[in-house]
Design a protein around this ligand. Sequence first.
Ligand code: ADP
Length: 559
Amino acid sequence: NTKVKSDIEIAQEAQLLPIQDIADQLQLTETEWEPYGRYKAKISLDVMDRLKDTKDGKVVLVTSINPTPAGEGKSTVTVGLGQALNKIGKKSVIALREPSLGPSMGMKGGAAGGGYSQVMPMEEINLHFTGDIHAITTANNALSALIDNHIHQGNELNIDTRRIVWKRVIDMNDRALRNVVVGLGGAVQGVPREDGFDITVASEIMAIFCLARNVRDLKERLSRMVVAYDMNKEPVTVKDLGVEGALTLLLKDAIKPNLVQTLENTPALIHGGPFANIAHGCNSVIATKMASKLGDYVVTESGFGADLGAEKFLDIKARYGEIDPSLVVVVATVRALKMHGGVPKDQLEKEDLGALEKGMVNLEKHIETIQSFGLPFVVALNHFVKDTDQEVEYVKKWCAEKGIEVAIAKVWEDGGKGGEELAQKVVDMIDKSENHYKPLYTLDLSLEEKMETIAQKVYGADGVDFSKKAKKQLKEFIDLGWEQLPVCMAKTQYSLSDDPTLLGRPEGFRIQIRELRASIGAGFIVAITGNVMTMPGLPKKPAAMNMDVTDEGKVEGLF
Ligand code: ADP
């Protein structure tokens, strides 16, 4: 038995093609792409004009059960399925998010898939990549600087410095920056006020970046962002400050999707990366639509469980981006299902059919959610080498009894070859099933009704309760005419409820809405539930402690 190789060891042995070959594979013309080094490129948005009359490829959305520390492997299955579709002769393009440095340094290590289903070059994708997230951070903080300068220079817009809602951001988990005071030090250092930092991937600019359809739409959305309220409680926007042009300029290269390849040279677009718990959790509309023009099948992922990423993909991204998804793949693992059935993390290696049976309710709930959007689906059991045959058989039988299609995905061990059964089922299901996709709610419902609908239909809650603050905000937002926007729920990823310790399929609970935020540029109202934080902290033993680079420049410990 050979030692199991780590993701980074496999990555470092990869036989990559020059990015030119991948661009050729996609039949991009010479002026439509520009190399960023040997293995990365940016693709011009002109491609969309050239291909505007080409039929869209099928969009396959990968989601999962509620994540546990045992790991679900959504990115791994997304990459593996893309490779597998290629293997069975379909032209597939993968569309993924750009990893944030917060979780990379904190809990997760990388976020570029795993085993023999990874996107490459994983070190660069996981670190600074092509600088998109830095550009978004810079645009965000340029706006902060411009707001503070406006106030310092006389505050013509009469901004109430106690009601500035725009925060600074950094792409790091840094709890010490959650609440800060800026402008200290006397008259020439600006006007003192309370401020705070969010993580970049929770910022409104990241959301806009991912929802914009082109540069004009990007600029329009940036101009609509509400940054503060004035002394008459009227919103102050980026347009009032006159800086939407500058912000768009800072994003002009970032907005082009990044082209890379998998370990098996399948093309992948990696672009934009909002978190799914505190933001909308999907890669950019531009990249997804471009992928569907360049391939016959797009495999794309939404973050965390179907209660978060998939709900937001189907209620927000697909609605604004006019994307018509064809099918959903729901990823589950025996390990995570056992955790939902009550097994602690350190005992997952042992066979436990009782706990598995108990934990299936979590998968069941997410399947019901996908059905309520009217979409066909396939369950992908992401196979771990320690799963026993009986456990795998149990999941298969459970699905068969309910008439659910399931495929055992061995893409982590075997790459695309291990996903051929899944790929074939995906293709067959798309060909034979009826697709009645529609969002869960219509925009004419009230904000409160929208939140109720998501809480009841997706989380299985009895309803929602508003804090005093949230109630007051709800009234203000209605008065300001924002009632018709969709809702982006910010909720823990670990549970269907807003309490991260309630695993499985909790019942008889209500969702506590603590605070609302108006993301008018992005085009949604964020509802912050439970104790969820828009600036995470680092754990006691951060993943950063295992990371290193050798004297020769070789990366270690990036999973
Ligand atoms: P997600 O997208 O759900 O967060 P990832 O695909 O990023 O999950 O996988 C998380 C980690 O789990 C990665 O380090 C990956 O290598 C590992 N992993 C995923 N699937 C498997 C598997 N079948 N066997 C072993 N490790 C796996």
